[in-house]
Write a protein that binds this ligand. Structure first.
Ligand SMILES: *Cc1c(COP(=O)(O)O)cnc(C)c1O
Length: 246
């Protein structure tokens, strides 16, 4: 079996499914971008996917961003960071070409980012990550505090909020996952209504291999898809979300 042909085929299937979900939801497929979640995927495979016309990738671990950075330099793409943000590693993300951090979930993290950006004389786009399920995860801000924290972040002149991100509940039953996406949409509307200078709320990053069609129905503009493109990973989710699920 040719792994590379599988990747191309899987991408075609995903694009078809995104399009079909948009049509069902009465949305323009142009509104929904595919981010390829490339954790554990080697640069040669990532290049195949990029060269098939998919420019947006996201890594979950800073270490992997660093390891793959040079190998991907000759293949134009856009790089987001989608994993838990450890403030002592921010400098590596800035250095390795990440243009948007999707996982800022506190004012403290945004302040640390601002400090480093001042040092490097750079700027960075971010999404504010919201916790939308009751799972025992530490990551993501309390939806009730979102407007206030985003208001604080708006004071940081090098950090530019472009939207929101969430990881939905891990459940095969979509009607249990859907409220997470509805909640993110609601928080987006609250922030829009607060009319905070400098804050943009056009992007909602939500939906993964198991639930992206539901996320699209609820207004997602970026779906983050890994295993449905590159195949199952060896690591369990726990590796990527420590102190979190099985
Ligand atoms: C790995 C990952 C994804 C994609 O997960 P799949 O289930 O493989 O599609 C999406 N978002 C984040 C934050 C991830 O770490």
């Amino acid at each position: 079996m040719d792994i590379n042909a599988d990747i191309i085929k899987n991408l075609e299937v995903i694009h078809e499914r995104i399009k079909a979900a948009c049509e069902r939801a009465g949305r323009d497929p142009q509104e929904v971008k595919l981010l390829m979640a490339t954790k554990t995927v080697t640069p040669d495979k990532i290049k195949i996917a990029i060269n098939a016309g998919n420019a947006l990738i996201g890594e979950n671990k800073v270490q992997e961003v660093k390891e793959k950075y040079e190998a991907l330099l000759d293949t134009p793409h856009v790089s987001h960071f989608i994993g838990h943000l450890q403030t002592n590693k921010i400098k590596d993300l800035i250095k390795c070409g990440v243009t948007l951090i999707e996982s800022v979930d506190s004012f403290h993290a945004a302040e640390k980012l601002q400090e480093r950006l001042e040092f490097d004389d750079k700027e960075m786009d971010i999404f504010f990550q919201i916790k939308t399920s009751d799972e025992e995860t530490k990551f993501g801000a309390d939806p009730k505090e979102a407007v206030e924290i985003v208001r604080q972040i708006s004071q940081l002149n090098r950090v530019h909020v472009k939207g929101l991100m969430t990881v939905g509940l891990f459940d095969a039953e979509m009607e249990k996952v859907r409220p997470c996406f509805k909640l993110l949409k609601k928080v987006q509307q609250e922030i829009v209504a607060a009319n905070i200078p400098g804050i943009e709320m056009n992007e909602l990053s939500m939906g993964m291999s198991g639930d992206f069609e539901t996320a699209i129905e609820e207004g997602s503009t970026i779906v983050r898809i890994g295993s449905a493109i590159f195949g199952k990973r060896d690591h369990t989710y726990k590796y990527y979300w420590p102190e979190h699920r099985e």
